[in-house]
Design a protein around this ligand. Structure first.
Ligand code: ADP
Length: 173
């Protein structure tokens, strides 16, 4: 079982083995956390992403971190929220699962996630937070998975949501 924690930070500043990018399916950069990661990693990140040829929703791809303190960037494409009946929950869970799997294959021990899909993609924060925590808890029962998973919150409100959900008994709500 990995150590899970939530912090309030800019994910681009974290000195971890891998940070996760909430990318779009073209993997060519965008706004929000994606834009911040590309700015901080430098232009070589876009070059590396171009070679990947995109990524379907729910899947993950990996690149070096280039100018970032993090050694790798795991790019995953979260679902756009369409009201909850378009497989959003399964796709969001797949983002966390596939990102952790890919990171583990690259020897990552410490990984940080942003709150995938909860910005421009409109996923309700409470539901997205529960999926993030429950999925990571489930996947990291496997000892081959990263030892430490950090939920990197970009606002005090997001951090409070993660802290509340991490304290809640598993399986409720
Ligand atoms: P999505 O398109 O998946 O919704 P966004 O980038 O719009 O992605 O938002 C995802 C989350 O990332 C939001 O909670 C947003 O506040 C957060 N975020 C934006 N910039 C950063 C950053 N530099 N570090 C960590 N989280 C960030």
């Amino acid at each position: 079982m990995s150590l899970l924690r939530a912090i309030h930070a800019d994910i681009t500043t974290l000195d971890v083995d891998a940070i996760v990018n909430a990318a779009n399916s073209a993997l060519l950069g965008g706004g929000g956390v994606d834009g911040a990661i590309h700015r901080a990693a430098g232009p070589r990140l876009l070059e590396a992403c171009r070679k990947l040829g995109g990524c379907p929703t729910g899947e993950a791809r990996i690149t070096p971190g280039f100018d970032l303190p993090a050694r790798f960037v795991v790019h995953t494409v979260g679902p756009v929220w369409h009201g909850g009946h378009a497989n959003e929950a399964a796709l969001l869970a797949a983002c966390y699962r596939n990102s952790l799997q890919l990171a583990a294959e690259h020897g990552v021990q410490r990984i940080a996630f942003p709150a995938i899909s909860t910005g421009v993609y409109g996923y309700p924060l409470d539901e997205a937070t529960r999926i993030a925590i429950n999925t990571v808890r489930g996947v990291t029962e496997d000892p081959a998975m990263p030892q430490e998973v950090i939920f990197c919150c970009f606002s005090a409100r997001d951090l409070a949501m993660y802290e509340g959900e991490m304290l809640a008994p598993p399986g409720l709500g």
